[in-house]
Design a protein around this ligand. Structure first.
Ligand SMILES: *Cc1c(COP(=O)(O)O)cnc(C)c1O
Length: 460
């Protein structure tokens, strides 16, 4: 399997190259040249498989010659051994919906599904090449902790995560800073999340520094993250259909960067029987506006009770645009240029109709989110986290949907308590965090200061 860029400016690369490259060198995003096709007989067989076995089957055709079946099996085993539920991503029933619980990993949010895998994959590829990697990222909460747990203790990787001091929730801060492995470096900057992102961008655009220090990124543009997420769409379908290929599923996905829902689109393109994809956003609604109007235009970012979706520009959207534009990189380039110069892009009417044949979208506000947490709790005793509640609210007209549960409710306990008056029991991974020893460096919100810290840390 080879990978191409949405902007058409690179020679096709292998799976390993795609994983190490992250963003394509022409500024586009990497995609497999074509999707492996899954026939009905295979779907039936896959429907009976446990998660880890299924993960190997789904991912194997994408890794090409780069990993043997045994190597992939070993990676998958180790990546999901850290999940506390024997089914890894179980499907449970709540009122008239199926809930796909994706939060049983070490940081209690769905990003663990991809980042546990990516961390181990990086380690394997680096062992082979004899190289090292320094991961640098800025976080507003969830991604940082999931990335840290993905690579903690690995010998060939150091990770530096910037978070805005005092501006992430106490649980999120402690999740990051109580990881004491030598290769984990938390930096609290005296500034905002935007300052953190700006600093990371500055460091990455310093090409000499980037090369000398082998900087790597872990944001959701990495193809391996999408790939790992494709698995649970097949898994959930198998659980609710029992392998009956006449049964199509509707998935409701709380969406920010379009990574999770794009994985659902990939599953569909491989042959999974999908009826529709419900794209659920909070008040930060650029993507739901796109589905409903064909115009993609950023607005202001509003803070909400589902903070991991407080995003206006979605880094994975370009991947979908590529398929919508019939895999023509020139048209993608035109649209992205339009976006850069005018701050918006618009697709033709017939394309808008194509979008709406598959996606339905809604933007769910905070009152509706709290109302959904309340109603689901009262009607069937199940506690939704605010992100998941956004998806469940958006799926109201579609009973029998698979609603992706992207975080454990205890992780966003304050919002949950406000809605239903009780807090959800924290999973073992979130217990005792406040008492644990922690380590964190405090720095000014200044790229030069962060760079100096990275250099001196790595010189030790
Ligand atoms: C990251 C995140 C999302 C959004 O996922 P995308 O892949 O960015 O669309 C939703 N819910 C939670 C809890 C998250 O951490």
């Amino acid at each position: 399997m080879r990978y191409v860029s949405t902007r058409g400016g690179i020679e096709p690369v292998t799976f390993s190259q795609a994983v190490m490259m992250g963003l394509a060198t022409d500024g586009g995003l990497l995609l497999p040249e074509r999707f492996p096709q899954v026939d009905d007989e295979t779907l039936k067989r896959w429907a009976g498989l446990p998660f880890k076995e299924l993960a190997v089957e789904v991912m194997l055709p994408f890794v090409g010659e780069d990993l043997s079946r045994d190597e992939l099996t070993d990676l998958v085993e180790r990546s999901y051994a850290t999940f506390s539920h024997p089914e890894v991503t179980p499907v449970v029933e709540a009122c008239d919906q199926h809930i796909l619980e994706l939060f049983h990993g070490p940081t209690a949010a769905f990003k663990d599904v991809a980042l546990q895998f990516l961390g181990n994959l990086f380690e394997l590829l680096l062992e082979r090449s004899g190289g090292r990697l320094n991961i640098i990222g800025a976080t507003s909460g969830d991604t940082g902790s999931a990335a840290i747990y993905g690579v903690r203790g690995q010998e060939r990787i150091d990770i530096f995560i910037l978070h805005p001091k005092g501006r992430v929730s106490p649980i999120q801060e402690r999740q990051m800073t109580t990881v004491l492995d030598e290769n984990v470096h938390n930096i609290a900057i005296k500034g905002t999340f935007d300052d953190g992102q700006r600093i990371v961008k500055t460091l990455f655009s310093d090409l000499a520094f980037k090369k000398d220090y082998r900087l790597g990124a872990v944001n959701s543009i990495n193809w391996a993250r999408i790939l790992a997420q494709v698995v649970y769409y097949f898994y959930a379908w198998g659980r609710i259909s029992g392998g009956d290929t006449e049964q199509k599923a509707t998935f409701s996905v709380p969406t920010g960067n379009f990574g999770d829902i794009f994985a659902g689109y990939v599953a569909l393109r491989m042959g999974l029987p999908v009826e529709r994809l419900i794209l659920a956003t909070n008040r930060n609604d650029i993507l739901s506006r796109f589905v409903n109007t064909g115009v993609y235009q950023a607005g202001e970012v509003y803070p909400t009770i589902s903070p991991s979706m407080d995003i206006q520009i979605s880094s994975n959207f370009e991947r979908y645009l590529y398929f919508l534009m019939d895999e023509d990189p020139n048209r993608v380039c035109q649209l992205m240029e339009q976006m850069a110069s005018e701050g918006k892009l618009e697709v033709p009417l017939e394309k808008q109709a194509e979008v709406q044949r598959l996606f339905v979208a809604s933007a769910v506000d905070e009152d509706q989110t709290r109302q959904q947490i309340q109603e689901t709790y009262q009607a069937c005793g199940y506690i939704l986290d605010p992100h998941t509640a956004v998806g469940v609210y958006a799926a109201r007209k579609y009973p029998g949907s698979v609603c992706l549960a992207t975080a454990h409710p205890a992780k966003f306990g304050a919002a949950v308590k406000e809605a239903i008056g009780v807090e959800s029991e924290p999973p073992p991974s979130l217990q005792g965090l406040m008492e644990k020893e922690s380590r964190c460096e405090e720095l000014e919100a200044d790229a030069a200061a962060v760079k100096a810290y990275i250099k001196s840390t790595l010189a030790r």
